[in-house]
Design a binder for this molecule. Sequence first.
Ligand code: F0G
Length: 455
Amino acid sequence: KKYIAEPFKIKAVEPIAMTTKQQRIAAIKEAGYNTFLLKSKDVYIDLLTDSGTSAMSDNQWAGLMIGDEAYAGSKNFYNLEAAVRNVYGFKYVVPTHQGRGAENLLSQIMIKKGDYVPGNMYFTTTRLHQELNGGTFVDVIIDEAHNSELEVPFKGDVDLNKFQRLIDQVGPEKIPYICVAVTVNLAGGQPVSMKNLKEVKELASKYGIKIMFDATRCVENAFYIKEREDGYQDKSIAAILKEMMSYADGCTMSGKKDCLVNIGGFLAMNDEDLYLQASQLVVVYEGMPSYGGLAGRDMEAMARGIYESIDEDYIKHRIYQVRYLGDRLIENGVPVVRPIGGHAVFLDAKKFLPHVPQDNFPAQALAAELYIHSGVRSMERGIVSAGRDKEGKNYYPKLELVRLTIPRRVYTYSHMDVVAEACIDLYQQRDSIKGLKITYEPPVLRFFTSRFEPL
Ligand code: F0G
């Protein structure tokens, strides 16, 4: 199969562990059948997440050496601020240690008890911060996003009727902002169209509702717009990204994804008053507004990563590599979320293991089996990740998925082939895979530390 080769060469290598099946059986048992609890030394190809796992460039590593570790007013903060202004177009930026730090600030400032926060599908930490501040998350993504098989080009789009209905039901004064994720992680890395972003802006503005993007994977979203949306083929990724951001009042960002760093994030906005409040609150949780829990060198790496992320060859290779893995699975009949999204290939565990009921955690079981079979670490994104509602009842998400998340600039196409072959093999022996039962569950964000046993 044809692929575009890497637009980079390798300057430093990191050896990875080759393990035996016996070792892996012991390791996953010790980890309570939860891939989050595996030690990375026992993992061969690590597709747990694309978060903080990407490779930095030589230019970013060089940037670390000019870290200005002043407590206040570090020059790297101003470089970061300039990058955010130039590339995303937001006026103000408050750095945070990672994305959820920004979510915490935004939720505390904007959400009052009894408010509603619409969003195009939940994300774990985002929804939790909304709930911790007395808000209720309301899913306003298009219905198609909950169906893993439908080939829709912009499956992350907001359903304007759902958004309008919520406004009519609760009143605009109870909706501080709509959170629009570009792309939508848990829908399978699905993008939002420019047309939809414009329409959301129009509707929200009519009622004075603010628009905050979860910009975590915004460059991947821009690539899809360039590829799929009429009128954008000849525009640069940089121009598309700027236009996308022009429809938002601000954003939270996990820099650990599209900003190509191992740690870092920020809250950005145009509104001076929101900036003022964020800079008052950031000192409580993160640090001075000019470092927000980051070292000067980390801010420099993020500033440089922001510029590198809009390189056309980089982002094309990124998306195509993920798609290559997805296409190999599709060709071999393995059930995956379609179309293939930006950061990951998602196995459809409900279709992969139709004999395992959702209460027996099919995606969790599949992730454990994939590890045992091949040493590939993936992540459950199903009923375990969805957690429980305020009454303590399980959420039952329609999508029960195993995410094969591809770090940026880290693995080669041969690694993708290993992963594909492992999934295909496993699919052929799917009848022998059994479900799990839970033996330990923490009160929140249970997917991180829950433990299981085979049935
Ligand atoms: N929003 C989205 C869409 C995310 O995917 C993440 C993190 C966050 C916010 C929170 O950012 O981790 O920097 O605090 N996603 C990671 C993942 C953990 O594996 O999908 P963070």
